[in-house]
Write a protein that binds this ligand. Structure first.
Ligand SMILES: [Zn+2]
Length: 277
C-alpha cells in the first residue's frame, strides 16, 4: 500500500513481559501499526543470533524496522579517536540493522563545536561520503539518514541536509518536523509544511518524498537553546493535523516514527488522524 506507515521510536509501553524487541514487534502488529524504530541510542547491544530472530519476527508480523544509531556520534570532533569511534558506531549499527532486515538508520551527525557551519559542512560531507560507500559495499540495502536537529548547536538544518543528501550519493534525510519547528521557530502551518515537502522533492527527487523517514513528537523549546524536551502531541503546539494533510496531499510515503513519551498512544492517534484527513 502506498502512503505512510506509523510506529513508535522504541518498543511500545504496553508490550507484554518480557519487554523486549520481539514482544515489542508483536505489540506493534496487534495495535495495527506498521513500523518501529530500534533504539540503539545508548549503544549497539544485540548479538547476531538475536538479530536473526528479530528479522524473522518482523517479517512474520509485517512490521517494518528502522534503527536509531547511538547518540555518541560527532563527525566534527577535533579528536581523531572520537571521529574513528563515531564511524565505528555507525558501522556497528549498520551491521545489526542489516541482520534485522532494517533498511534505514537515523543518526545525529555532528555538533558545530564553536566552528562556523560552513567549515563543519565539508568535514561532515567528506566522512559521510566514505562511510556511505563502505556501508553500501557491505550492506547493500542500508541507507544512512542524518537527522534534522532541533538545537542551534547541532549540525543538521534542513538546508544542510538537503545539500548533503543531494551531493552524497546514497544518503537520505531523516526529517524531524518537531525539530524543524523548534530550530526555526517557524514551519508550523499547512502551507509551510507543504513548501518544505516541495523543497525536498525539488532538491532530492520524487523518490525521496515517496520514501521518507519522519520523526514526530512535540517538544518544548525556546529561541535561545532550541529544543528542550519531548512532549505528548496533544500537549503541544505542533500542528500535526496540518502536517499530516500536507504529507497526504503531496503523496509522501515511508515511515513516521513517533517519539512522544506516550509512544504508541500518539502513534495510533497520528495514524487515525492521517486516515481521516
Ligand atoms: Zn534522533
Amino acid at each position: 500500500m502506498a502512503g505512510l506507515l506509523f510506529g513508535t521510536g522504541g518498543i511500545p509501553l504496553s508490550t507484554s513481559k518480557p519487554k523486549n524487541l520481539l514482544n515489542g514487534i508483536k505489540r506493534i502488529a496487534e495495535l495495527g501499526l506498521g513500523c518501529t524504530e530500534m533504539e540503539f541510542v545508548y549503544g549497539v547491544r544485540m548479538s547476531d543470533a538475536e538479530a536473526a530472530q528479530v528479522a524473522v519476527t518482523a517479517q512474520k508480523h509485517h512490521v517494518k524496522l528502522t534503527a536509531h544509531a547511538p547518540y555518541y556520534i560527532n563527525l566534527n570532533s577535533p579528536e581523531n579517536d572520537k571521529l574513528v569511534a563515531s564511524q565505528e558506531r555507525l558501522l556497528q549499527t549498520a551491521h545489526v540493522a542489516a541482520l534485522c532486515g532494517a533498511s534505514d538508520i537515523a543518526f545525529h551527525a555532528a555538533f558545530y563545536m564553536q566552528n562556523p557551519p560552513e567549515e563543519v559542512y565539508p568535514r561532515v560531507k567528506k566522512i559521510l561520503t566514505g562511510l556511505v560507500a563502505e556501508i553500501k559495499r557491505q550492506y547493500r540495502f542500508i541507507t544512512l539518514r542524518p537527522e534534522l536537529m532541533g538545537k542551534p548547536s547541532q549540525f543538521g538544518s534542513l538546508e544542510e541536509l538537503l545539500n548533503l543528501c543531494s551531493e552524497v550519493e546514497g544518503l537520505a534525510p531523516c526529517v524531524d518536523f518537531a525539530h524543524l519547528h523548534s530550530r526555526t521557530g517557524k514551519i508550523n502551518s499547512y502551507y509551510e509544511f507543504k513548501s518544505t515537502l516541495n523543497q525536498i522533492e525539488k532538491r532530492l527527487g520524487r523518490s525521496a518524498l515517496e520514501n521518507m523517514h519522519i520523526h514526530l513528537s512535540d517538544i518544548s523549546y525556546n529561541n535561545k537553546a532550541g529544543e528542550l524536551s519531548h512532549l505528548n502531541l496533544r500537549e503541544s503546539d505542533l500542528k500535526y493535523t496540518e502536517l499530516l494533510m500536507a504529507l497526504k496531499e503531496q503523496g509522501a510515503g515511508g515511515v513516521v516514527v513517533c517519539e512522544s513519551p506516550n509512544l504508541e498512544e500518539d502513534a495510533m492517534h497520528l495514524f487515525e488522524t492521517y486516515q481521516k484527513v
